[in-house]
Design a protein around this ligand. Structure first.
Ligand code: HEM
Length: 459
């Protein structure tokens, strides 16, 4: 056979393979694809136990991947929960262990640091597949928390007057603070990326969003393309880091008050009914069965609002509303706080009252704290799960009392509680409470159980 003929046959074979491998929709860039074979794609690999085969493959390829069934392409979502539930388990347990140690010494405790650390670690786990081990005062943890907090302040619509009064931009060095913060952020994001890259090459990484992108040759991520990694990870790390700890810390603040004692008792009783015999510590991870706890989570979101003024959103086309035409490009700001405290919707909105969610409609928009519409918070599901688990575990494990030092007791007004009222997210004024373990032995057993269960995730 001549060389030319050989070449021709080779070309035909290549074209046939390409045709047999083609799919109804093209490969999705940036998402891991399971390797398949011509004609069948992944059909033979998945076999008759399709769901289970995917579950097993998810441990290797990550919770979300694309595959081919013959000539059709599908994206499989193999339980996002599988990634973050162990992380919620591990982080809430780490906090409980540390808080228990402090409470044994009878000290007033500032809860803020603990929930900043746990939120950061949950975000890192989902984004990069690892956590920052270390005490709440660990330098690296503080650096990320402090920088993200400062940046969130700068983004507050009421915070930077230079955005609205051009002459103020002449102030020398008005940008330097923001630039310095960006450099500090670039530095730790670069380190996270490097650490993950190292794990991926060593084959010791666990599924994560950035890891999945890194493994996909078509995404072509590299140190030089850090920008793409930043956009993915920033949303996850930054968005949940300020909001969730703020909301949970104000929940703890309220629970420490006189009215909070009644709420704790009611919640504890309801939890005992739903999760008997100490099963609540573990069961609350799997399903949200306690109506009262769910109501407490919602009321906590409504009352504190947390994200009081939304990020400004620009309309892409003209909008007609009650006879007024808002032209395209009009920026809108949603006053989440006002909507959550609107007395035409909520009876006595100034009162903290979880009961309102037991009596009222249980479907539809319950509050505006996650925003609304197409730009509403995409992390609401994760945030709700975290809030439910954190509050359940705290109430099962501890009684939360006012601080012995009366000067350190929290301000319980949803606006005055914030140390920077012009920021995007409520920044609770420093405060302390006293945690008293309900049953030291039971708590130690729960902690041990969780530590064993999550050992593989403690990386
Ligand atoms: C108590 C916790 C939280 C609250 C109160 C909250 C609230 C909000 C609000 C009000 C917005 C803006 C919506 C708008 O402008 O219309 C938002 C945006 C966002 N949130 Fe959350 N959030 C929370 C937790 C989280 C978590 C845990 C994550 C991620 C895992 C997250 C990810 C995001 C992202 C990525 C955006 C930007 C969405 C976009 O620009 O389209 N949030 N959040």
């Amino acid at each position: 056979m001549s060389v030319a003929l050989l070449g021709f046959v080779g070309l035909v074979v290549l074209v046939v393979i390409k045709l047999l491998n083609s799919t109804d929709i093209p490969k999705i860039n940036g998402l891991v694809e399971l390797p398949g074979i011509p004609i069948f794609g992944n059909l033979l690999q998945l076999g008759s136990s399709h769901a289970n085969a995917c579950r097993v493959l998810a441990a290797r390829y990550g919770p979300i991947f694309q595959l081919r069934l013959g000539n059709r392409r599908f994206v499989y979502v193999n339980s996002f929960d599988a990634t973050y539930l162990p992380s919620i388990d591990l982080e809430t347990t780490t906090n409980a262990k540390d808080i228990q140690a402090m409470s044994k010494e009878g000290m007033d405790v500032d809860p803020t640091l603990y929930f900043q650390r746990s939120s950061l670690n949950m975000a890192l786990r989902v984004s990069y597949g690892f956590r920052l081990k270390g005490a709440v005062t660990d330098e690296r943890i503080r650096e990320v928390v402090d920088v993200e907090r400062e940046l969130s302040l700068l983004r507050g619509i009421a915070h930077c007057w230079q955005d609205y009064i051009p002459i103020m931009r002449l102030w020398p060095g008005y940008r330097t603070h923001a630039i310095r913060l960006r450099d500090r952020r670039d530095s730790y994001l670069g380190q996270f990326f490097k650490q993950l890259k190292h794990r991926v090459s060593a084959g010791t990484d666990v599924p994560s969003i950035t890891g999945n992108m890194m493994k996909d040759p078509e995404a072509k991520l590299s140190d030089g393309k850090l920008y793409e990694v930043k956009t993915v990870s920033l949303s996850m790390v930054a968005a949940g880091l300020d909001t969730l700890p703020s909301n949970i810390n104000m929940a703890i603040a309220y629970l420490s008050s006189a009215h909070g004692q009644e709420i704790q008792q009611r919640a504890f009783n309801e939890l005992q009914k739903v999760y008997p015999d100490g099963s609540g510590w573990r069961e609350c991870l799997q399903a949200e069965h306690c109506e009262y706890l769910m109501a407490l989570v919602k009321e906590n979101l409504r009352y504190w609002s947390t994200f009081n003024l939304s990020i400004p959103r620009v309309g892409i086309k003209a909008i007609e509303y009650k006879g007024v035409t808002f032209p395209a490009d009009t920026p809108f700001v949603m006053n989440v706080f006002a909507a959550n405290h609107d007395d035409s919707r909520f009876e006595k909105p100034e009162a903290f009252n979880p009961e309102r969610y037991l009596a009222g409609a249980k479907t539809g928009l319950q509050h505006l704290s996650y925003g609304a519409g197409s730009r509403a918070c995409p992390g609401d599901h994760l945030a709700n799960r975290q809030l439910y688990v954190i509050l359940t575990r705290l109430i099962l494990a501890f009684r939360i009392h006012e601080a012995a030092d009366s000067k350190m007791r929290p301000v319980l007004d949803p606006i005055a509680c914030s140390s920077v009222t012009t920021g995007m997210v409520t920044q609770p004024n420093p405060f302390k409470v006293r945690f008293v373990a309900r049953d030291e032995h039971q708590l130690a057993a729960w902690v041990q159980d969780s530590v064993q269960r999550t050992a593989a995730f403690d990386i």
